[in-house]
Design a binder for this molecule. Structure first.
Ligand code: SF4
Length: 712
């Protein structure tokens, strides 16, 4: 008998219309060329949401998608990609938000590759999914609650094995900077919370008791064992420890392989647990390698550390779990902690800009308290920070007197601004809660810098080194020029938000000596000159463009499969026996083991290049030209435009000299041309061409762009 099972993919997509209440399913198969996750979700948005749609209108849709590897047992395959129209950038173009936690695995185990939410409810609801049973339920009892309380109420109501993914007050109030939270501290941003709020959709509550069919379970188990023994490092695939250890040839104090003798999860249940010296090859100690609490917050965090936490099927666990009574005492939460920006929002992003307005220092007890109060508060409000832009903007508005100048006197006087100087973090709880209300002047900060800088006549701030805004369409740096110069700079232009790419950054900070990384670069991207030393850059070259292209396609691939790009791809390894070489074919090997489809790494990279090309095509349809007319394919002049400060910073230094990452304009334009050509896009405009759309197998998109006169 023919084997009709679907391997990897669940095989069906759930569609929920909140206007009509209709709940249907449809097959995933038509979308499998787009893999899943980001690819699948982008294709649905491309097909079903007309360019120029208001992101908060009834016609706007949200697609929550997982991929063929999600919840199969492949390491770090627990993420979800959500696709919708942005609420905070120019022209409200298609964006992806990503989250870890438990949501992706629950969606998959409930039997779905994606959930399409369309229409609008006229009253608060939540979507309850329990395998085949799907219901739109009254959500009025949780409307108005923060994400923590909502999660508790809905878990009590529907059972603790369900994953609650919810918005907070920011989303309900339609603040453009709003996110969705699941598993306490895993957020999906870019305005997802706002779009859910506009649909009166408070939460998804997802429970799944099914399994995912795997074509070759033994091959998957063997690959997983091989990956954990030989290939994987720590968080960000850092492959050498941060302290000198007997077993290690190298160490680098900047890495996230922070475990060492004498470092404890000091507040673990029962007795403290020592992280010790987990060595390569020991698969049962991989989870101790990254102690993110002390990495992010300094040595004071050790005494508060309960454990390291993380997403479904992740052996690394980069999320901090801490018990910090003084966070609660100052308006935050006692059980707290995160990873990345929400783990250090105040000490890293605000202290320097606040200057004399604060005495708090990073890596101190005070810094930790402020950070955890702020991090816990934004997560509970469902407030998104635009990769720390909100924090930089608040600090600037305090220190430069922008609030004092622009807020109505009554509003300004609501706050005791001396609290910043008096080391009282409750001021941040008050400000963030006020912003999330979206009914006052200060709330415009949560509409993004395009809105508030114009409104408060502070465009000067928009384009400064301190603001960190890298693109005029409204997003800040995310491992940009400081991460391999042109490589990071170019990839910060390509999406419709900050790029969320870690492939290049993982190489930068993996801890191996630069010369060894250059050897790897020569093997992977054609030449050692793909990698420059930090702040000592050379002009753009083919190998840098190969590296940049690879960074983009691996990120898109991971967001489609879905794998965590904060550890994948496996370009390097901690194994001296392998001479620190990783294995870039692992995605294809896992893909084959799970789905039975015999693909090569090149096949997967081509599929990922197709997906980002689709997003560029969709962007061209909705992008306005310089005269405000919708439909524009001149990405070079309209979209991929870097702010000025990267070209003017360090006024005493010239580009390509030691001590600066200053960019050079002609070189940057040349880099854009080379990157466009690498993708097959038009070398002048940066838009998809008929030839490349044919090459990627997108004749439908080619036809659309032709009809819209958007093909070069
Ligand atoms: S490394 Fe961190 S973000 Fe990535 S899957 Fe693991 S816990 Fe989640």
């Amino acid at each position: 008998m023919a084997d009709t099972k679907s391997y990897g993919w669940a095989g069906k997509i759930l569609r929920v219309n909140l206007t009509t209440g209709s709940i249907t399913t449809e097959p995933t198969a038509p979308y499998e060329d787009y893999i899943g996750g980001m690819g699948l979700a982008n294709k649905i948005i491309y097909d079903e949401v007309a360019p120029g749609t208001d992101p908060l209108s009834e016609d706007a849709k949200i697609v929550y998608a997982v991929g063929p590897l999600t919840a199969t047992g492949v390491p770090l395959a627990g993420r979800t990609t959500v696709c919708f129209l942005s609420t905070f950038t120019t022209d409200y173009q298609v964006v992806d938000a990503h989250c870890g936690g438990m949501l992706g695995a629950k969606i998959k185990m409930a039997g779905y590759d994606a959930i399409i939410v369309e229409g609008k409810s006229d009253k608060p609801v939540y979507l309850h999914i329990k395998n085949d049973k799907v219901e739109i339920k009254d959500g009025s009892m949780v409307w108005g609650l923060g994400t923590r309380a909502t999660t508790e109420v809905l878990n009590r109501l529907e059972g603790v094995s369900a994953c609650v993914a919810t918005i907070g007050p920011a989303g309900e109030n339609l603040l453009p900077y709003a996110c969705m939270m699941n598993s306490r501290n895993h957020s999906a941003g870019a305005g997802l919370g706002t779009v859910m709020g506009s649909k009166k959709l408070k939460a998804l509550v997802v429970e799944g008791s099914g399994t995912v069919n795997v074509k070759d379970p033994q091959a998957l188990a063997d690959l997983s064992d091989y990956m954990l023994r030989e290939i994987i490092g720590s968080n960000n695939n850092h492959v050498v420890p941060s302290t000198q250890q007997e077993w290690a040839e190298y160490y680098d104090k900047g890495t996230r392989w922070t475990a060492r003798k004498g470092l404890y999860w000091a507040d673990a249940e029962g007795d403290p647990i020592e992280t010790g010296e987990p060595k390569p090859g020991e698969i049962n100690t991989v989870g101790y390698r990254c102690m993110k609490t002390t990495k992010d917050e300094g040595p004071e965090a050790e005494k508060y550390t309960i454990k390291m936490n993380g997403c479904h099927s992740c052996p690394i666990h980069c999320y901090s779990d801490m018990r910090v009574p003084n966070s609660k005492a100052n308006g935050g939460y006692e059980i707290t902690g995160n990873t990345c920006v929400p783990n250090f929002p105040f000490s890293v992003y605000m202290v320097k800009i606040l200057g004399e307005h604060t005495s708090v220092k990073a890596s101190t007890e005070d810094g930790l308290i402020w950070d955890q109060v702020v991090g816990g508060t934004v997560d509970d409000l469902g407030l998104w920070c635009n990769y720390a832009q909100l924090y930089r903007d608040i600090a600037h508005c305090v220190s430069a007197g922008i609030f004092e100048k622009n807020l109505p006197a009554d509003e300004y006087n609501m706050f005791d601004w001396k609290k910043f100087e008096n080391n009282d973090p409750t001021i941040m709880v008050e400000l963030l809660t006020h912003i999330a209300k979206n009914d006052n002047e200060m709330s415009y900060l949560g509409h993004g810098p395009i809105v508030w800088c114009k409104r408060w006549n502070d465009m000067e701030w928009f384009d400064t080194t301190a603001s960190c805004l890298i693109n005029y369409r409204g997003w800040p740096v995310h491992h940009a020029i400081e991460s391999y110069g042109q490589v990071g700079g170019l990839l910060n232009m390509i999406f419709n938000r900050d790029p969320m790419i870690h492939s290049h950054q993982n190489m930068l900070q993996c801890g191996l000596p630069h010369e060894l990384k250059q050897e790897i670069a020569a093997e992977l991207w054609g030449g050692e000159d793909a990698l420059d030393q930090t702040k000592n850059y050379t002009p753009v070259n083919d190998h840098k463009i190969n590296f940049c292209w690879w960074s983009i396609v691996t990120d898109v691939l991971h967001d489609s499969l879905t794998l965590c790009n904060w550890v994948w791809p496996m370009a390097q390894s901690p194994s001296k026996d392998r001479n620190y070489r990783g294995d870039l074919d692992l995605e294809a090997k896992f893909f084959k083991a799970v789905t039975g489809k015999d693909v090569t790494t090149d096949d997967l990279y081509k599929a990922a290049a197709k997906i980002i090309t689709l997003q560029r095509a969709n962007t061209a349809r909705g992008m306005k030209d310089a005269n405000g007319n919708m439909g524009c394919n001149d990405f070079r002049k309209i979209h991929d435009v870097m702010t000025e400060w990267p070209f003017t910073k360090d006024p005493d230094k010239q580009p390509f000299t030691e001590g600066t990452d200053k960019m050079e304009k002609q070189d940057f334009q040349k880099g854009l041309t080379m990157l466009y050509e690498k993708f097959g896009w038009d070398s002048e405009l940066g838009c998809p061409t008929a030839d490349c759309l044919e090459y990627y197998g997108m004749s439908d998109v080619e036809e659309d762009l032709k009809n819209l006169n958007l093909l070069p």
